[in-house]
Design a protein around this ligand. Structure first.
Ligand code: SAH
Length: 222
């Protein structure tokens, strides 16, 4: 039997049981998920649960996404290692670290300054390079570095995110949860031969994207 908190064993089991058995078959994604220590991205009080098959609280009413969700987003982006990636919703920095292993460069935007700071620290402690965390409203995109070969959004948007789609490169892919009445629907937008097409990945639960092209902050909700 595994010792409590034997994180490498728990991580390997997570990859087999939560990911491979549930349809994640991109070997690069599986290797990245097997390499990034999720326990280093969660607060001390939930560290023992780092490999639970669920989202976990990271403070400021936000969560680190369920491992399968991170893997599904990465797989849908079909990264081959040479991309410039924009991520919206850094949270703990965990998904940014995974994306960092799969691409050339990651620019990740977080709305809550304290989370952006601690994500930066987590990524630095891990020795992650080529992942930059910026504090701000990512719902409008980040024109300074556009266009992007891939865009990952980790919070649910009210509709297809127009500014982000405008920053998507030719042959680029954008993966985003779109809020519908009941659940959120994870959708991939693919720009191919000048045409934008859309594929549905499946239902998921996300925190809301709050910002100019997202939802209103809770204290300003109508
Ligand atoms: N991917 C993260 C989890 C993200 S949870 C991880 O691996 O830990 C979604 C995050 O999106 C939250 O941290 C939330 O504060 C952030 N967020 C919400 N609206 C945003 C916006 N407009 N711009 C940037 N970040 C936003």
């Amino acid at each position: 039997m595994a010792k409590p908190n034997n994180f490498p064993d728990q991580r390997a089991r997570m990859v087999e049981r939560q990911l491979r058995r549930r349809g994640i078959d991109d070997e690069r994604v599986l290797a990245a998920m097997a390499a990034v220590p999720r326990e280093d991205f969660v607060p001390e009080q939930v560290r023992a649960s780092a490999y639970n098959d669920s989202a976990l609280p990271i403070g400021h009413e936000q969560t680190i996404s369920q491992p399968w969700v991170v893997a599904a987003i990465c797989q849908a982006l079909q990264l081959d290692g040479d991309e410039k990636v924009l991520e919206i919703g850094t949270g703990s920095g965990y998904s940014a670290a995974v994306l960092g292993k799969l691409s050339r460069r990651v620019i990740s935007i977080e709305r809550v300054p304290e989370l952006g700071e601690s994500a930066r620290r987590n990524l630095e402690e891990l020795g992650t390079r080529d992942v930059e965390v910026i504090v701000g409203d990512g719902s409008r995109g980040y024109a300074e570095e556009a266009p992007y070969d891939a865009i990952a959004v980790h919070a649910a948007t009210p509709e297809a995110p127009h500014s982000l789609l405008a920053e998507l490169a030719q042959d680029g892919r954008l993966v985003v949860p779109i809020a519908t009445g009941s659940a959120d629907l994870l959708v991939a937008f693919i720009r191919e031969n000048g045409v934008l097409r859309q594929e549905t990945i499946g239902p998921c639960r996300f925190v809301p994207l709050i910002g100019a092209e997202g939802f209103n902050p809770p204290d300003q909700a109508e």
